[in-house]
Design a protein around this ligand. Structure first.
Ligand code: ACM
Length: 266
């Protein structure tokens, strides 16, 4: 199957969701794609200092204005979109990702492994890693940024049947882009890591983000890697069916050769 996947990288303006949504919309205008991945917290920025800042930008699903904007955008460009956002659900806040599809269906993933000061503002995700259906029935798995550090994240998604790991990120440590080669290779899945760029400053808090958004194939080879500062969107055609080939040699499979009874995984 021919399937065009895209990675977007940019620098959001802190606490300016409408302005950021307008910028993303103009970046996506006229794009021919089947699946587009955007960064973590793509509308709000990242360097929160107070809970009321999170509250100001957080959205509830499905009534959120930006969420509905993404639904309309997905339909108008006929592409699935995965984007990171601050979610408000009852009295809790989550660092979440949404998959929105052109047919109006959607799915939410709430970040399971929170990084550093995120723990001050967000609750960790309360549903296990699961597979979602994107345009043309392609199976995707969502994980967010620091989830990369835990191999169980990508493994769970791959074992559940994900063909493409969609990975909205605001990366601050230097290792993820290289580590994701192994996540793709050991699970034989495509991965799309969308990162943001720039330095964000909020009072005494300052954070540099590493860019280098990328799309990897099922052997961990780089199909696209952006540089650390550029803003833009890149696309490549893939065949998601290649992710069903788990063979390493004629007699070795990354799934069938697993020995769960020998592993210590408390
Ligand atoms: C991160 O998980 N945003 C570092």
């Amino acid at each position: 199957m021919k399937y065009i996947v895209s990675v977007l990288q940019y620098k959001p303006e802190f606490l300016m969701p409408q302005k950021n949504f307008a910028k993303i919309s103009s970046m996506l205008k006229g794009l021919k794609s089947d699946l587009i991945v955007l960064p973590e917290l793509a509308l709000s920025g990242y360097v929160f200092a107070h809970q009321d800042e999170v509250d100001k930008v957080a959205e509830s699903i499905p009534e959120g204005e930006i969420f509905q904007g993404f639904q309309a955008l997905s339909k108008s460009i006929d592409s699935s979109i995965v984007y990171g956002f601050a979610e408000k659900a009852k009295d809790k806040y989550y660092n979440s990702a949404a998959l929105v599809n052109p047919d109006g269906s959607y799915k939410i993933y709430r970040k399971i492994h929170l990084y550093f000061r995120e723990k001050l503002f967000f609750s960790s995700g309360n549903s296990p890693f699961s597979v979602s259906i994107a345009k043309k029935g392609v199976k995707i798995g969502m994980m967010i940024c620091f989830d990369w550090q835990f191999p169980e994240s990508a493994r769970s998604l791959a074992l559940r049947g994900a063909q493409i790991i969609c990975h909205p990120s605001n990366l601050v440590l230097p290792w993820c882009q290289e580590a994701m080669k192994t996540r793709s290779l050991e699970n034989r899945v495509f991965s799309i890591t969308s990162n943001r760029t720039g330095t964000e400053i909020n009072g005494e808090h300052r954070q540099y983000f590493t860019g280098k958004g990328q799309i990897l194939d099922t052997k961990g080879e780089i199909l696209i890697r952006m540089n650390d500062t550029e803003e833009g969107i890149y696309s490549v055609e893939i065949d998601p069916e290649l992710a069903s080939d788990k063979q390493v040699s004629e007699v070795n499979s990354v799934f069938a050769d697993r020995r769960p009874s020998m592993y210590y995984l408390p």
